[in-house]
Design a protein around this ligand. Sequence first.
Ligand code: DGL
Length: 271
Amino acid sequence: MKAYTFDQPIGIFDSGIGGLTVAHALVKLLPQENIIYFGDTAHMPYGDKSTAAIQAYSIKIAHLLLQQNCKLILIACNSASAAAFDLVKEYVGSKAIVMNVIDPVIHLLRDHYKNKQVGLIGTRQTVNSNVYKKKIDKLNNGINVISHATNLLASAIEEFGNNKVIDSLLEEYLTHPSLNNMDALVLACTHYPYIKDKIANYYANKIEIIDPSQTVAKAVKAHLEQDNLVNQLNESPTKHFYVSDYTDSFAANAKKFFGAEITLEHYPLWD
Ligand code: DGL
């Protein structure tokens, strides 16, 4: 028997502002859900950390989200999805649904990109884990994945937003020969939708840029619908944001996406 009900919140976590891109898409599709978001800004960037470190952070955050009574925990970070999804799922057990940001994209590629050459950019953790390639190779439908780690991008987005520093980094990373001849490019880091326009411009809009935010949000909605767990009766949905370290970037982006309706709180998970 399930231990959770429709009126419990959805928990979402990332190393910082990246997961807000997914949270924003989710709130548009499921406006009556209560949301609890944890940004592990004290450990940002995750992409450089060891698998063991990301696993330890993720378990502790999942524990917090369970304490907050979440019915579903969405790992809104590719690096943590790659390093810690199986472990978090095992830890959470039947207490909540656990989802990642990778599987919905694999399903999208399976359904629409047969025999295509698909590029992928993400953190070193995500790219080196080879998780996308392993899952796509299992589909056996002619998709060829080529990937390149664009490690400094997430930190630069946290620090500078979408300014000219990003242009220089894109010039450096995207000219890499491993990314030649793609039909589409997956933004395999939840921070990258912030600079989606710059990436599309870099390719003169000639290749398709896959921003997973919508795809992931749709997958969460479908899962909740299937289990009869969508909250449809909530007249005043709440959005609570916790950060392990207060940053201006987090506060500004959370307000930009969610306006005045949010509460932002420093949660000293590591003190
Ligand atoms: N947004 C994250 C991801 O999708 C993490 C970026 C980072 O902290 O390095 O991988």
